[in-house]
Design a protein around this ligand. Structure first.
Ligand code: SF4
Length: 467
């Protein structure tokens, strides 16, 4: 995953730093404003948490109910254990229907699967139609850096250059004109596509429907124009009822983009009926495990409540400083720092549970109250239990624990330590280079202590009070 090496690169990238600084307040400010419109934010968050918990506690039941209702409405439901199975199922469906071109609405699960590469290898053209995803696809298939704003890391100027270069058109700088240009490029693809692929924000058991929340019309063009529609989403997205959906919809757009409601909220059920003008003749659901089922009943089950709003990353001081690509896989920010080790293996993402200050900004804004700092701490504990931390760190912590269990020795050690640090500061209030932790002081100064330990200061305070 090379997280540390990537962080250095991202911090040194001046353009990225400017782009992040500009993007940072947008989502944060608009979320804060629109949340205040709710009568009782905390009660709504609690209700959403309970809805997601109820879904997960009986996930098998809701999936079975969903499957039977969706099948009644004309859809076919498949399950995919891993990325390979997702790609195989999609390619098989495409081949069965003679598909040459697929228009895609945004779906992070297809990013997990690397679906576009598999489609291209099978001779099928995937066309990303979400504006952000389209920009990334024409920019040499760059990966997204944010789950709801894939080009969070790019400036308008960079996109202007990219469009002029790729579309061979005069360079435009007005956002409306750029959007119109993308629309003109995409329209022929919508009209000639044989199959549409979408994600699903939720699948609803009582009706066998999929709910899709978008801000661009591309979602509806992908799901209703082609004769085949394939929905690819995680198994954990099942919810029981439309009532549950309405509660979750009060929070999802507010937490994600700071909107009371998105431009489009589509609830799609079944294939096209004989009296209907629009809709697919063939509808498939691919419900993906890819590591999710293992979390059911585990100490990390809370993470499956995630409704992919992105609020945790928008508010994370680490994400705000390095952007999404540094995290190395599909999901960045605090939710990614929990999900990536769980889905890709703890040993493959050693730095991610440490890529957080544990300030709990993420926990405070999460609409379904996922205790992200607690989960990150649990992952750190697992690393220690499995002996995955570096030897030097393990020895240092053991030594510290040994001393900390001997109060007299601890007091002596800290007394010597603070006096040494005061001497090292040579009268200044900061220490620029700390011999025992040189990497720590590479990026910041160490505050110089006054030369007395907390215990000494406390004891003096007690004596002064008594006097
Ligand atoms: S963890 Fe919470 S805040 Fe983060 S994306 Fe998921 S639902 Fe949103």
């Amino acid at each position: 995953m090379h997280f540390k090496a990537r962080v250095g690169e991202k911090l040194a990238d001046r353009i990225l730093q400017e782009n992040l600084a500009k993007a940072k307040p947008k989502f944060v400010d608009s979320r804060a404003k629109v949340m205040l419109e709710l009568d009782d934010i905390e009660a709504t968050r609690e209700a959403a948490k309970q809805i997601r918990n109820r879904s997960l506690e009986n996930l098998d039941l809701w999936l079975e109910t969903f499957e039977s209702k969706a099948t009644e409405a004309g859809a076919q439901v498949h399950y995919a254990r891993d990325s390979q199975e997702i790609c195989k199922l999609v390619v098989d469906i495409a081949r069965r229907h003679g598909v040459r071109k697929i228009t895609k609405s945004k779906s992070m699960v297809t990013e997990e699967a690397g679906l576009n590469r598999a489609l291209e290898a099978a001779g099928i053209q995937p066309v990303e139609t979400d504006l952000g995803e389209y920009i990334l696809q024409i920019n040499d298939n760059e990966p997204p850096s944010h789950i709801i704003a894939p080009v969070f890391h790019k400036s308008k100027e960079e996109i202007s250059d990219l469009f002029a270069r790729t579309h061979n058109t005069p360079r435009k700088t007005d956002i409306n004109e750029l959007t119109r240009e993308a629309r003109e490029q995409l329209r022929p693809h919508f009209l000639s596509s044989d199959m549409g692929i979408s994600g699903g924000n939720f699948i609803i058991a009582e009706t066998g429907s999929v709910a899709i929340v978008t801000n661009e019309g591309n979602g509806r063009l992908c799901t209703t124009l082609p004769k085949v529609h394939v929905v690819i989403t995680g198994i954990e997205k099942a919810i029981a009822t439309l009532d549950d959906l309405s509660t979750l919809l009060r929070l999802l757009p507010r937490s994600a983009t700071g909107q009371a409601i998105t431009n489009y909220v589509s609830v799609l059920t079944g294939t096209k009926r004989p009296d209907e003008f629009d809709g697919p003749e063939h509808l498939y659901f691919i419900l993906v495990d890819n590591g999710r089922a293992d979390l059911i009943g585990s100490e990390f089950q809370d993470m499956l409540r995630c409704i992919r709003c992105g609020a945790c990353m928008n508010h994370c001081p680490v994400y705000q400083t390095i952007g999404g690509h540094a995290y190395g896989w599909v999901y960045p920010g605090p939710m990614g720092s929990v999900l990536t080790p769980l889905y890709q293996g703890l040993e493959n993402a050693l730095d991610l549970p440490h890529a957080a200050t544990l300030c709990n900004q993420c926990g405070v804004v999460c609409p379904v109250k996922i205790p992200l700092p607690e989960l990150l701490r649990k992952l750190r504990e697992k690393q220690v239990e499995r002996g995955l931390r570096p030897l030097s760190e393990r020895i240092a912590l053991r030594a510290w624990a040994w001393v900390a269990r001997r109060p007299a020795l601890y007091a002596l050690g800290t007394k010597i330590g603070v006096r040494y640090l005061k001497w090292l500061a040579s009268g200044k209030d900061r220490i620029k280079v700390l011999g025992v932790a040189p990497a720590w002081t590479q990026g910041r100064d160490f505050p110089a202590p006054q030369g007395e330990t907390f215990r000494e200061l406390y004891a003096r305070g007690q004596r002064d009070c008594a006097r």
